[in-house]
Design a protein around this ligand. Structure first.
Ligand code: PEP
Ligand code: MN
Length: 341
């Protein structure tokens, strides 16, 4: 960490602060500038206590951390792209995947019809959401346990990998046999208790970015999973809350590029929750791939107009093949330009 002292800091202040730095298990190196003195403090910032506690001393102007808050997910730690295995289907390291499915499971017939359409187009990972954590308690909350049963039945018939959102630690066990990947939604993006529990579930995790999370908070949330034993994490950018309601959420493509630079974890883009309306989904999907995403998460429903949740943004599963055909050149370009691991 770096401590910048105020102009008036005396030799006694410098000695006192250096002693405090030593007592906090860092080695101080004093750098005397023309106008101000800086103390560079050598020590592991992740395992030691932070020196930010010293920022309230009268002779201290500011204290800066040097190390990032995330280590295991950083590219410095692991330079090559990670590859995440979702029930035998790979994401990252040159493997581009489209995860598609309805916003929520509404009935056996609805999920079956969606999975039939989507697997016919070659989709290998299905969104199957028995639980729907919603902003309003009056909105459809998912079929819950009945939805898990439907998921199990449909999976048995189509033998396809499934990703399911887990609203809290209590729902992990009931879905562990059927979910090939757990999703942490934007509303739970910094629920550290859930992340710690999920890290022990033995399944990969799709971690959405919170609707107002910084990239650092997003990657640090991923660090919770990795440091607690789950190295198989996929990051998902789904758009931020913004002043402009022209789209449902502001798709932060810069963050996709930054996350790919800072981290070895695969990043997917969710154009559906960013767009909020289906006719914008193709453009945002193309943009996500162009920004460096390793895949997309797209909502598709057999009868989107009558969907119980997110009706305006879901694509029609029966015509998903047409959407894919238009996207194909961008998928091929993404495959050709990603470095293969
Ligand atoms: C979802 O993917 O089902 C969802 C609810 O999205 P988000 O958490 O990004 O709002
Ligand atoms: Mn949705």
């Amino acid at each position: 960490m770096i401590i910048v002292l105020k102009r008036h800091a005396s030799e006694t202040d410098i000695a006192t602060i250096s002693d405090l730095v030593c007592s906090l298990r860092y080695q101080p190196r004093i750098i005397r500038g023309v106008e101000q003195t800086v103390i560079a403090c050598i020590g592991d910032e992740l395992s030691n206590r932070s020196l930010e506690v010293l920022s309230s001393l009268p002779a201290v102007e500011s204290v800066f951390p040097v190390q990032k808050k995330f280590k295991l997910v950083s590219r410095e730690y692991h330079p090559n792209d990670s590859v995440v295995n979702v029930g035998g289907v790979l994401i990252g390291g040159g493997n581009i995947q489209i995860i598609a499915g309805p916003c929520a499971i509404e009935s056996y017939d609805q999920l079956r019809a969606a999975v039939k359409d989507l697997t016919a187009c070659g989709m290998k990972i299905i969104r199957a959401m028995p639980f729907k954590p919603r902003t309003s308690p009056y909105d459809f909350q998912g079929l819950k346990l009945d939805g898990v049963k439907i998921m199990r039945d449909v999976k048995a018939e189509f033998n396809v990998a499934m990703v399911a959102e887990v609203p809290g630690p209590a729902q992990i066990e009931m879905m562990r046999d059927v979910a090939d990947m757990f999703q942490v939604g934007a509303r739970n993006a910094q629920n550290y208790d859930l992340l710690e529990h999920l890290a022990h579930a033995g399944r990969p995790v799709l971690l959405k970015r919170g609707m107002a999370s910084t990239v650092e908070e997003w990657l640090t949330a991923a660090e919770y999973l990795v440091v607690n034993g789950c190295p198989q994490v996929v990051l998902c950018e789904r758009g931020l809350r913004s002043f402009d309601k022209a789209t449902r959420n502001l798709l932060d493509l810069g963050a996709v590029a930054v996350a790919r630079q800072l981290s070895h974890l695969p990043v997917v883009v969710d154009p559906s929750h960013a767009a909020g309306v289906r006719n914008l989904v193709p453009a945002l999907a193309r943009a996500g791939l162009a920004a460096g995403a390793d895949g997309l998460l797209i909502e598709a429903h057999p009868d989107p107009v009558n969907a119980f949740s997110d009706a305006p943004q879901q694509l029609e599963s029966a015509s998903f093949g047409e959407f894919l055909k238009e996207l194909e050149p961008w998928i091929e370009l993404a495959k050709a330009t990603r470095k293969r691991v």
